[in-house]
Design a protein around this ligand. Structure first.
Ligand code: SF4
Length: 81
């Protein structure tokens, strides 16, 4: 999962990440593939809000974060400016 690629010590909240248990494949699907399964897992994740906030703050462009796809996060960034 994306968490494995992040080593900052201030990211303890990510220890509860459900995607760390399921693997990254769902969260970084091939272009055009479904993100439904990733979103389903995010929907059960206890740190969803923190995850989404982190992704928006750090301008994460790829993959599903906090239950939102790349396009959905882009839309939030656009409308929050
Ligand atoms: S909200 Fe989704 S992407 Fe974020 S940590 Fe949880 S399972 Fe992973």
């Amino acid at each position: 999962m994306h968490i494995d690629t992040i080593t900052s010590p201030d990211l303890d909240w990510q220890q509860e990440a459900l995607c760390a248990q399921t693997g990254a494949d769902f969260f970084f699907p091939e272009p055009g593939s479904s993100v439904r399964e990733a979103k389903r897992i995010c929907g059960m994740c206890p740190i969803r809000s923190a995850c989404l906030e982190w992704a928006l703050d750090h301008d994460e462009r790829f993959g599903v974060w906090g239950g939102l796809s790349e396009k959905e996060r882009l839309e939030i960034r656009r409308t929050s400016r």
